[in-house]
Design a protein around this ligand. Structure first.
Ligand code: CTP
Ligand code: CA
Length: 227
């Protein structure tokens, strides 16, 4: 392996990353969403571009900006938009990382006009969104497919279940109840699990450093698959 490859191990690789929350609109002034800031996904995109990769970032609504001008950013709003953007770019990707916090449910009806308040309760009927990662796992050929799991209890058990069920190559488990982990912060504590169920616990670090470690582990496991 030459010097260039060691410094820029992702040269020649197409990397597709999703980041941030999705927004499920109920009327022109209201939506359902979640606490994802997008920071972990954006950090992965920057680190992958730094490592020489050709990066496409599918981003839900968030207030972050990309520093590396080589990253192609696609802004989306809803889970359905993200589904379409991810499938559009999937076939030409070598590595796909789903760091986004996708809404599991959306309002069954979207109103064109602002809802006016009425006396008494209001019940909003919700329906399931598509599981994007599951659908990519079913379609997968040569892509190295990575998921995230945000859990508040039994993170390893739930993580392994998602890894197997969604046909992933690895999963990054985030115990959002832990100090220094989770949504808005600049640090994260994660556990990386590959499909052989080898478990790597990464120490608490900035999301930028955690992103570099995750990419190194992905690169290590991709090489192992080839050899
Ligand atoms: N995911 C997805 N599409 C969805 C829901 C989740 O692609 N509609 C992806 C997320 O981007 C993440 C992984 O699936 O990479 C796990 O998300 P998570 O919310 O932890 O798991 P779920 O399968 O939705 O299960 P639950 O929320 O019930 O724990
Ligand atoms: Ca979910």
């Amino acid at each position: 392996e030459n010097h260039q490859n060691r410094l820029k191990p992702l040269v020649g690789k197409n990397i597709l990353i999703s980041a941030g929350p999705t927004r499920e609109v109920i009327d022109p002034v209201r939506f359902f969403s979640n606490r994802s800031s997008g920071k972990m996904g954006f950090a992965l995109a920057e680190a992958a571009a730094e490592a020489g990769g050709d990066v496409t970032l599918v981003a839900g609504p968030c207030s972050l900006s990309i520093k590396n001008p080589a990253i192609k950013r696609i802004d989306i709003v809803s889970a359905q938009d993200m589904y379409e953007a991810m499938h559009h770019h999937f076939d030409t990707s070598d590595i796909v990382i789903k760091a986004a916090a996708v809404a599991d449910y959306r309002p069954k009806v979207t109103y064109d006009n602002k809802m006016k308040k009425q006396p008494g309760e209001w019940h909003v009927e919700m329906e399931r969104t598509k599981d994007i990662l599951l659908s990519l796992g079913e379609k997968k050929t040569t892509q190295y497919l990575v998921g995230f799991a945000a859990e508040t209890s039994m993170p390893i058990e739930y993580g392994i279940d998602k890894l197997v069920r969604k046909n992933l190559d690895s999963i990054i488990v985030n115990n959002v109840a832990e100090e220094g982990a989770g949504f808005e912060g600049d640090t994260n504590v994660v556990t990386y699990i590959n499909k052989h169920q080898q478990i790597e616990e990464l120490e608490m670090n900035t999301k930028a450093e955690v992103a570099k470690h995750i990419l190194n582990l992905i690169y290590r496991d991709m090489k192992d698959e080839v050899n």
